[in-house]
Design a protein around this ligand. Structure first.
Ligand SMILES: *Cc1c(COP(=O)(O)O)cnc(C)c1O
Length: 485
């Protein structure tokens, strides 16, 4: 496709945009889990209005847009207070959890470069349940990830295993509060002690739940300490665009003090253009996400969030109790917030996910890793609260529908053959053949995802990553008419 020779009228433009969404997951209905955090039309309106109000203001230069400096200082300070940071705690507003996590790692790396120049090949220790964002950070910033197994029953970090993983090159360790996959809080207090003993950074990843957990605690839930009150915690991340219900592009990273944050910042005077001094990865950036975050936090207030938390808490209880009645399914570990991993020994989870999709439900597959079983994940939000009974009923019925299909999986010799492929040998042609064998039509997005999930589930992670990269590399190209010369 190419830019039209003659501009379209406004109505046509918006009609087209509207139509493109026809096949998307319909999040407004509340039957989609995990992709959209929706607290209702009114909250969305507030976020949207503030977003468009500040759409054109540029976060590139806070000396020109002092409004953005003020908004950021206020938003970060609300995060500090929420996570019990003292007056020394500072931070930055970022575009999302991934950026927050990556920046904390970058700060730790640059701190070590200066303070521990003897470390030439820095390492970070992370529980197997730590978010992929840290692996991404490791990849981008050349820090070696050392993964420690978690407790196979609770799915919480095992401090003895973490201790074993620490070497003289370790600079950084991660704990989750809670973890995305199983929704459990790592033993942050014990991890803080280890971090102090070894003189390494301890980052608490509260991206998904750092915001909601304090409200759960106030409503009577048992929540172990996980924030800046814990000695040894050096940085934290928390996403506003998840359980704080702000529009996407919104997160915060906090540091124990300014001395640590300094290592996150980047300045460049060594070129011919304007002076560059960036707190975060982006340089030019819309003021929209920041203004929207300020607006939603002020609009909902503590009372608004507490009310939301109560609804979520009750719905989660309904779900975790109800799932016990579904013969084929069980919950992994004991979720401490509203993030739940469900698995089965008797039905194929991937078929179940496809079957649920035919009934309008989007539930997320999570692949197996080592001895941690594959499962499906749901994150419960206000828009989902009304659907708990219906969800349980459909899960039960869909289990019965897919049970006769068996547990699936590929024959062992096929698994062995596939696993023997070296990632660097895999290419588009080879993958195309593989996908055809799995019943897929080349690189077109399939109706049923089970075959591809099944394949990814058994491949060694490095090979699965290569498969995903090739698949996306093929997926992202226009299938429309090509530009005429
Ligand atoms: C979502 C999430 C992230 C990454 O956040 P994005 O906003 O998707 O970039 C990091 N850690 C945890 C625990 C998360 O749930």
């Amino acid at each position: 496709m190419k830019i039209p020779d003659k501009g379209l009228d406004k109505d046509t433009v918006f009609e087209k945009l509207e139509r493109f969404r026809d096949d998307d997951a319909n999040w407004r209905e509340g039957k989609t889990f995990g992709y959209v955090f929706d607290a209702g039309e009114e909250v969305n309106e507030v976020g949207k209005k503030a977003f468009t109000m500040y759409l054109s203001e540029n976060g590139l230069d806070p000396t020109v847009y002092t409004s953005l400096l003020k908004l950021e200082n206020e938003v970060v300070d609300m995060a500090r207070a929420h996570l019990n940071g003292d007056e020394n705690v500072v931070g930055s507003f970022t575009s999302g959890g991934t950026e927050s996590c990556m920046l904390a790692l970058k700060a730790a790396r640059d701190y070590a470069r200066e303070k521990k120049p003897g470390i030439k090949e820095p390492e970070m220790v992370l529980p197997a349940t730590a978010h992929a964002a840290f692996h991404k950070g490791a990849h981008y910033f050349s820090v070696k990830p050392v993964v420690a197994p978690v407790d196979p029953k609770t799915f919480k970090a095992d401090v003895d295993e973490l201790r074993k993983a620490v070497t003289s090159n370790t600079i950084f360790m991660v704990g989750s509060a809670p973890s995305y996959a199983h929704g459990v809080v790592d033993p942050i207090t014990e991890m803080g002690r280890l971090a102090l003993e070894k003189d390494i950074f301890l980052h608490v990843d509260g991206c998904i739940g750092g915001f909601l957990l304090p409200y759960f605690k106030r409503l009577g839930a048992e929540v172990a300490d996980f924030d800046f009150r814990v000695p040894g915690v050096t940085s934290m991340s928390m996403d506003w665009h998840k359980y704080a219900y702000c529009p996407k592009g919104s997160s915060v990273v906090l540091y124990k003090n300014k001395e640590l944050r300094q290592y996150q910042l980047f300045a460049c005077s060594g070129w011919t253009g304007y002076t560059v001094i960036n707190n975060t990865i982006q340089s030019s950036k819309s003021g929209g996400p920041l203004a929207a975050t300020w607006a939603v936090l002020n609009y909902l207030g503590e009372d608004g969030y507490l009310k939301i938390a109560k609804g979520i808490m009750e719905a989660t209880k309904k779900f975790t109790e109800g799932i016990k009645q579904v013969e084929d399914l069980y919950i992994m570990g004991e979720p401490e917030m509203s993030l739940i991993a469900v698995t089965s020994d008797t039905v194929n989870i991937f078929h179940l996910i496809d079957e649920m999709k035919t009934r309008g439900w989007y539930i997320q597959p999570q692949l197996a890793l080592d001895d941690y079983k594959h499962n499906f994940h749901i994150s419960i939000n206000p828009s989902n609260v009304q659907w708990m009974e219906a969800l349980l009923k459909d899960l039960d019925e869909c289990c019965k529908v897919v049970k006769p299909l068996g547990l699936g999986g590929l024959p062992q010799d096929a698994i062995d053959n596939l696993s023997a492929i070296k990632p660097e040998e895999m290419d588009a042609t080879m993958l195309n053949n593989l996908l055809s064998m799995a019943g897929m039509d080349g690189f077109d997005l399939p109706e049923k995802m089970a075959p591809i999930n099944e394949l990814l589930n058994i491949l060694p992670p490095k090979l699965a990553d290569k498969v995903l990269i090739i698949f996306f590399n093929e997926l992202y190209q226009s299938k429309g008419e090509t530009a005429k010369a």
